[in-house]
Design a protein around this ligand. Structure first.
Ligand code: NAD
Length: 257
């Protein structure tokens, strides 16, 4: 039985990915912030979905030692870490001259540097077992930019560089590294962004959804969490062994423009 760590899996895309892996018989280590009782209810619900077990670690993605500990704890609880999904992320929308320095630092730390620490800690075990799948959740903003998202766009572009480098280093060890680049998905992160963009551009939230958000996506539809989870499951499979070092858009055609 294989084991996956999904960072930021108490909400949104990470939770959907954790559910899909649990349903498909993986042991799952959940991670993220949130209310303890709600997290325990989620953990118990996911544990009932498949044959695998489900654990939770509250490791803060701002803290390198806690990220290394997350890998150690998972290895001792489940025996190995086969798949990692660096997914935790935050957003802040503001013009560059007003962009809070603390927000820049936090976005870099959570959206990019935490993936480095997670990969760094999990790689020795993956190489030893000659199997590993690193599936980072980047963004269409890893491929193209939008105004007012300097830190997020920089971090997501950086994530693609990290993934390509790791893919090359690990290529002869049965370890693949890929980045999924979703377009807009309706999650709490995007709800906050809609409100912030409305403020930054002096527009109503309805106008932001139709004129900013879905305008970027030719299909005019949000991407669904389950669609991203299905791609992550495929990348974790043996059939995906020759897919490595890629950035895979799942964005309704956004980055084709
Ligand atoms: P979300 O806000 O629903 O979930 C974010 C998760 O990260 C939560 O579980 C939260 O607890 C966790 N998290 C935040 N800070 C943390 C910290 N310091 N330590 C540990 N966990 C922390 O957001 P989402 O939309 O599901 O986003 C997940 C990922 O997908 C992010 O990397 C985001 O950039 C990316 N993404 C989202 C969209 C979208 O449209 N929603 C599009 C492209 C990429």
């Amino acid at each position: 039985m294989k084991t996956v760590i999904v960072t930021g899996s108490t909400s949104g895309i990470g939770l959907g990915i954790a559910e899909a892996f649990a349903l498909n018989g993986f042991n799952v280590m959940l991670n993220g912030l949130g209310d303890e009782t709600e997290i325990e209810a989620t953990r118990a619900r996911l544990a009932g979905l498949g044959a695998g077990d489900v654990g939770f670690s509250g490791a803060n993605m701002l803290e390198p030692e806690q990220i290394a500990e997350l890998v150690k704890t998972t290895e001792s609880q489940f025996g190995a870490v086969d798949v990692i999904v660096p997914n935790a992320g935050i957003q802040h929308v503001e013009k560059i001259e007003d962009f809070p320095i603390g927000k820049w630092d936090a976005i870099m730390a959570i959206n990019l540097t935490s993936a480095f620490h997670l990969i760094r800690a999990a790689m020795p075990g993956m190489k030893e077992r000659n199997f590993g799948r690193i599936i980072s959740i980047a963004s269409a903003h890893g491929l193209v930019a939008s105004p007012y998202k300097s830190a997020y766009v920089a971090a997501k572009h950086g994530m693609l560089g990290l993934i390509k480098t790791v893919a090359l280093e690990a290529a002869e060890h049965g370890v693949t590294a890929n980045a999924i680049c979703p377009g807009y998905v309706e999650t709490p992160l995007v709800a906050g962004q809609i409100a912030d963009t409305a403020k930054a551009r002096d527009m109503s939230e309805e106008a932001v959804i139709s004129e900013v958000i879905l305008k970027a996506q030719p299909t005019k539809q949000f991407v669904q969490v389950g669609q991203i989870a299905a791609l992550a499951l495929y990348l974790a499979s043996d059939q995906a062994a020759q897919i490595t070092g890629t950035a895979l858009p799942i964005d309704g055609g956004w980055t084709a423009q």
